[in-house]
Write a protein that binds this ligand. Structure first.
Ligand code: UDP
Length: 249
């Protein structure tokens, strides 16, 4: 039996297993569509830094850089079909990230909620846990496998299924603000928020289904900037700028 990495976790960390959610937009780099491989490789390096600390990691990557179901519905497509296109986009992103991670020596598996056996493994919960125990980075593709959902909800769902200690959301900015920080110079960043506060004030950090799932399963959400080099590891060490969303006030 392969020993779990959990006994090698850096003792300063209180997180043994984490899920990182990245939006498809994060892979755009300076482009407007698709995948910029330099950006994917940079994010992969950050994932490696955390893996080197002994933390078990799984990833959910969105698909907004390729296709969003709502865009198809807007031009007359049936919403469910358009959402399946969006989910297929997340598989493309997952394969790009897998290539970048393997390129720097990490062992990975892509598990898709929509079975496509010639490309990757189907999602099986116990298998996913086993992969992580064997030091593999698991990338969950195709969201929840269901239309009318988002990859944020998929991230909260998988974090709960994998018994993750926290869900990290790597965004375009370094936390949750009271208003859009890019267009409001006086926007204030929160250090800590409750799930209730996020839902009641409709703060646009993750959709309500994802926040509710995290709340029901007491999974803290750590929101940070995916564009700050090294921020993923820093946040887990309690350093740098980020927002914690949990049951407190
Ligand atoms: N999607 C879906 N079900 C899921 C996850 C995703 O139907 O469980 C579709 C949906 O059309 C969505 C697209 O996949 O617009 C891309 O996901 P998302 O918008 O969450 O990506 P992100 O904004 O994180 O890049």
């Amino acid at each position: 039996m392969t020993a779990s990495r959990s006994n090698k976790v850096d003792e300063r960390l209180c997180y043994r297993r984490v899920l990182l959610k990245i939006s498809g937009e994060a892979l755009l780099g300076v482009g407007e569509y698709g995948v910029e491989f330099d950006t994917v490789r940079r994010i992969a390096q950050d994932v490696k830094s955390v893996h080197d600390l002994g933390v078990e990691i799984c990833l959910v990557i969105g698909g907004g850089n390729i296709f969003r179901g709502i865009s198809g519905a807007t031009v007359g497509m049936e919403r469910a079909g358009a959402d399946y296109m969006g989910m297929l986009g997340t598989v493309i992103n997952a394969l790009a990230m897998q290539s970048a991670l393997e390129g720097i020596g990490l062992d990975t598996r892509v598990l898709s909620a929509i079975p496509m056996e010639t490309v990757c493994e189907p999602y099986i919960r116990r298998r996913a846990i086993r992969h992580m125990e064997k030091n593999r980075i698991v990338i969950f593709a195709a969201g929840t496998g269901n239309p009318f959902f988002t990859t944020d909800t998929a991230a909260a769902l998988r974090a709960a299924e994998m018994n993750c200690d926290c869900l990290l959301k790597g965004t375009q900015v370094d936390g949750v603000y009271d208003k859009e920080p890019k267009s409001n110079s006086n926007a204030v960043r929160y250090d800590r928020l409750s799930y209730h506060h996020v839902l009641a004030r409709d703060l646009q950090v993750m959709d309500a289904a994802a926040i509710s799932l995290a709340r029901e399963n007491s999974i803290p959400i750590l929101v940070f900037s995916i564009h700050n080099y090294g921020a993923f590891a820093d946040v887990l060490k309690g350093r740098g700028k980020y927002t914690v969303i949990d049951g407190g006030d």
